[in-house]
Design a protein around this ligand. Sequence first.
Ligand SMILES: Cc1cc2nc3c(=O)[nH]c(=O)nc-3n(C[C@H](O)[C@H](O)[C@H](O)COP(=O)(O)OP(=O)(O)OC[C@H]3O[C@@H](n4cnc5c(N)ncnc54)[C@H](O)[C@@H]3O)c2cc1C
Length: 409
Amino acid sequence: MINVKKRNVIVVGAGPVGLISALALQNKGISCVVIESEEKDYPRAGSRAIYIHGASLKLLEETSKGLGFELAKDGVIWPIKRTLFRGKEVYVRNYGVTNTQDSTKLPHFASLHQHKIEKHIYNACSEAGVEFVWGEPAKDIDITDEGVKLTTASGEIWEADYIIGCDGARSVVREQSGIQFEGPRTNDTFIVVDIEEDENDPMPIERIFHYQHPAMGSRNVMFVPFKGGMRVDLQLLAEDKVEDYGTEESVKEWLPKVMNPKYAERVTWVSSYRFHQVVVDSFTDEKRRILLAGEAAHLFAPFGARGLNSGIPDAVIAVRGIEQAINATSEEERCQAIDAAANERRIAALWNRDGSTTALHHLQGDSLEMNMKRELAASLVSIVPTLGRWLDEGPYGPKFGPPELTTKY
Ligand SMILES: Cc1cc2nc3c(=O)[nH]c(=O)nc-3n(C[C@H](O)[C@H](O)[C@H](O)COP(=O)(O)OP(=O)(O)OC[C@H]3O[C@@H](n4cnc5c(N)ncnc54)[C@H](O)[C@@H]3O)c2cc1C
């Protein structure tokens, strides 16, 4: 006889967004299970998020006391940001050193590697007693008026009132719910290289952006520090071949042109990316039993750090919506609660997609108008210093969120 297990909510995917969803559910006393296709402690492919916004730290702290501060303490906060245009400095700002160990005030941001971010959230889940099923891909989902039935690849059956689909870019939950991604894929390729810090002789903790780095044949190069290392983003030109810049051997050739050659021997990750700029047509299904969160619901280019930073409120607001739906006194009220959560996060996702499109457009400099604006700004910066700020902030897109949201990211 098949043993059917029941919970209030099934979270599909134990990436960072699934972990936060489960933590928020558990801390509200809503029974849940996390179903993850990979085995526990599986190695993640590629390097991903490092920059966590202050708004996300605050939300994590509210979700699980101590978690926001723990991430902040394990991160770095660069005191200096600097922008250069063809090798000439056009902007520098020194904020002074922030005490990351302050237990009373969360910082504006923290920078640490995604595997560390996930570790902290996973530890909080373990302490809270979240239940995990590892190595079981979700396969089929049957959605009825009463709830959901999920069958895993090995035939395990789980029933629940709701599913939060946090199963990433190729989400099975999204596909099984009949929800579609909408939006384009970009043509630009970025090479993302992570470097391990030399602790005996550390480099300055500065975020530096080079428009058209003179040593790199006018390709843009960005340096972003994280705890224990530095991320180097190289934007390829349209005619470039990925294999000429994106293999470990090719990185060893070009990296010494932009930083101390010793770091060519300290490369920990090399990945190449082309980014999608897509958002789902709905964050929920027709029967209001599914909510999507994180990359199951949206994919953005990472400039402006909108991916995980918007996945965190997706998770928290999905849980808030489900809590209200569970307490609803009518079917209409229940559906309204799910719709409110879904609509709020879709508005935010569209906003973030537009923000990262603006950032990409600025970075690419492939339109005549944007190219002229950047050239003009760089040439006039000594007379109009605010243009330096425009050049510095452009690659990250707008900083603020749409006013109607309860949470900005
Ligand atoms: C180069 C780069 C830099 C980035 N930098 C930043 C940054 O600085 N800040 C930021 O906010 N964001 C950044 N991002 C985006 C961020 O990495 C993602 O938004 C984040 O990882 C999404 O998390 P997730 O939990 O939604 O998805 P994932 O991390 O993809 O997790 C999905 C999980 O679901 C599991 N899964 C998949 N299918 C199934 C199934 N059928 N059944 C069960 N489990 C399943 C997977 O194994 C995985 O564990 C960056 C991304 C890239 C590529």
